[in-house]
Design a protein around this ligand. Structure first.
Ligand code: GMT
Length: 374
């Protein structure tokens, strides 16, 4: 198939999933066209069947807001015609599903049918898309997609609860390429990060309020009182500075490393003993899955789709949102010498349930159905 993928090209989970999906589809022989404003960060290399088409939005002083959706929909029309794209897969409803719908309509005028699959990722439904300013357009775009998928059962329920959706929704969970993690990473040098007798705890996110970064610092504060440990914080966002300030005020700033955004998260995860994800909301928790495939157990909140990924008492533990003490006690339990290895192995086993081999055919099947609906 000749597939057009529209996504955010940044470190965010939806962009990562879209990019990994495109690369996996290309490996299976499909031709994949990424259409977005920048080359996606995880797109390692362009090959003969992976293409990137940049969407440019010319600056014009009259515009207070530059019209990205307009530029994207025009680019989609051009690329579909030029490359004979069979199907469009848009990730994240805002504004991609909306721009995709406009492209579909423009192409229909020329007798070209373009099936569109929309994958909802979370904040496009639970946080941003739900805002009254966006809701009518998001509802319209969902209902006018040929197929709609969500990354968890929980997100499907949220979508049905928050929007007046008339299209059927299929759950296709996020995935991980387990083959990439079969061999130990040579750069996995624990000694660079911590002393031999120190446990390494990690958090990776975009440091938004929804991630409850202050809880990450507080959980670590309790842990380090009982166990010698270091916290590695990976990512960038508005909550980095408040987290640093909280760490200073708790007297633990010297035990926390802020690494900034990284394209090599697995080099940090491979030497980690525990991953913290105390989010207020999380449709799936791809960061937790990436930790687990690296044999890192997870302490998380029990919100949204996280319970579909992290299994309580097996790959880690789940607590109520904000219950910092409970999360810390459970973390300490996992980090004990006699428990750690079991949890590490369990985390890895649990991650294998989301192996790409099981998930990619589900997307291919949706594509076939969407194309055959024409
Ligand atoms: O919150 C993030 O980490 C970014 C956000 C995004 O849209 O890129 O992530 C959402 O999509 C990811 C991939 O499907 C999910 O794993 C995250 O759980 C989801 N984030 C939220 O629901 C808050």
């Amino acid at each position: 198939m000749n597939i057009g993928i529209v996504c955010y090209p940044t470190f965010g989970g939806s962009g990562v999933v879209a990019t990994e999906l495109g690369m996996a589809l290309a490996k299976k022989g499909h031709i994949v066209h990424f259409i977005t404003y920048k080359q996606p960060v995880r797109l390692e290399q362009l090959s003969s069947n992976i293409h990137f088409h940049e969407v440019n939005v010319p600056e014009y002083p009259l515009f207070h807001y530059q019209p990205y959706e307009l530029a994207l929909s025009s680019k989609l029309v051009d690329m579909v015609k030029l490359h004979k794209i069979d199907l469009l897969h848009v990730h994240y409803a805002i504004p991609h599903a909306y721009a995709g719908y406009m492209a579909k309509q423009m192409l229909a005028q020329e007798g070209i049918e373009l099936p569109m699959v929309t994958t909802l990722h979370g904040t496009d439904i639970t946080l941003v898309g739900n805002h009254p300013y966006y809701k009518p357009a998001v509802t319209f775009s969902i209902n006018n997609s040929d197929y709609v998928t969500t990354v968890s059962e929980s997100l499907k329920l949220d979508t049905l609860r928050l929007f007046d959706v008339t299209s059927p929704i299929q759950v296709i969970p996020n995935f991980i390429d387990s083959q990439k993690y079969l061999n130990p990473i040579s750069e996995c040098q624990r000694s660079l990060m911590a002393q031999d007798d120190e446990r390494i705890i990690t958090h990776v996110s975009n440091f938004r309020k929804v991630k409850r970064i202050d809880d990450v610092v507080k959980i670590f504060y309790h842990i380090q009182k009982e166990i010698k440990a270091k916290l590695i914080m990976v990512g960038e966002g508005p909550e980095v500075q408040p987290a640093k300030e909280l760490a200073y005020s708790l007297g633990i700033r010297d035990k926390i490393l802020f690494m900034g955004a990284s394209n090599e998260v697995e080099k940090i995860l491979c030497l980690s003993d525990l991953f913290l994800l105390p989010s207020k909301n999380e449709s799936f928790g791809l960061a937790a899955l990436e930790a687990m495939i690296n044999k890192v157990p997870v302490i998380s909140s029990n919100t949204g789709g996280i319970p579909e990924v992290n299994k309580n008492g097996f790959s880690g533990y789940l607590s109520d949102v904000g219950d910092v003490e409970d999360m810390a006690q459970k973390a300490i339990h996992i980090l004990k010498e006699e428990n750690l290895l079991t949890f590490k192995n369990n985390a890895y086993q649990q991650a294998l349930a989301f192996d790409l081999e099981k998930i990619i055919p589900q997307y291919e099947s949706v594509y076939h159905k969407a194309i055959n609906r024409k």
